[in-house]
Design a protein around this ligand. Structure first.
Ligand SMILES: CC(C)(COP(=O)(O)OP(=O)(O)OC[C@H]1O[C@@H](n2cnc3c(N)ncnc32)[C@H](O)[C@@H]1OP(=O)(O)O)[C@@H](O)C(=O)NCCC(=O)NCCS
Length: 184
């Protein structure tokens, strides 16, 4: 699908509401994240804080299909968080368009590395429910998706798994850390 991406504006109530609804729907499978519309709205408002980047993707007809946030973390490192594509808009290149647009913006801002964490709270990988200590890096090398975990999407976008945070969301629910170099 042809999509276009542009900044989401904090003073665009319809846009903010559409982004909140997308986050609510996109993260329905993740407990304790964007559980309610108010939670999702807070997530959008956080991404719209000054100094951060918040981009939304639109269909040719103007319907919002997804959005992504980026924030400076430290030194030349920026963090991608969050990324949400409406369930009906998936598998059509919307996520790719958003990440590509965010990479360009981060590179233009002088960033060199984008980092992200993509949790497995739902059994999306072989590491769900497993004891990862003490060989955490060995576990990271064995990582495979068993149920469409989004780390594979990020790999297709050029991100590399750089580590794991064991038990980030409770025992056996790790966060998968990934990085990518962006070029100016
Ligand atoms: C993950 C997500 C952002 C992907 O968005 P999308 O618009 O469906 O992705 P795209 O259509 O741009 O896909 C780009 C490529 O990744 C692949 N891909 C997309 N989602 C994938 C998944 N879950 N598993 C494996 N591959 C995936 C596509 O097949 C495509 O591959 P190709 O270039 O070889 O054709 C979307 O599924 C989503 O919002 N999920 C819920 C929220 C979420 O998990 N966000 C990320 C949390 S960190």
């Amino acid at each position: 699908m042809r999509v276009y991406c542009r900044d989401l504006a904090a003073d665009d109530p319809a846009g903010v509401a559409a982004a909140a609804q997308i986050a609510l729907d996109a993260f329905a499978h993740i407990p304790a994240f964007c559980d309610t519309y108010e939670d999702a709205l807070a997530e959008v408002r956080e991404a719209l804080e000054p100094e951060k980047i918040c981009l939304a993707a639109f269909a040719p007809g103007g319907e919002m299909l997804g959005w992504v946030g980026g924030m400076h973390s430290y030194a030349l490192v920026w963090e991608l968080h969050p990324l949400a594509v409406a369930p009906a808009g998936r598998w059509q290149g919307v996520g790719r368009a958003l990440v590509t647009a965010l990479e360009a913006r981060i590179a233009a801002a002088g960033g060199l590395t984008i980092q992200l964490g993509t949790d497995d709270e739902f059994g999306g990988t072989n590491l769900f429910g497993q004891e990862l200590y003490p060989d955490v890096l060995g576990a990271a090398q064995s990582l495979v998706s068993v149920a469409n975990h989004p780390f594979v999407f990020y790999q297709k976008m050029g991100f590399v798994v750089t580590g794991l945070v064991p038990d980030a969301n409770g025992f056996g629910k790790p966060d998968i850390m990934m990085c990518k170099r962006v070029q100016g």
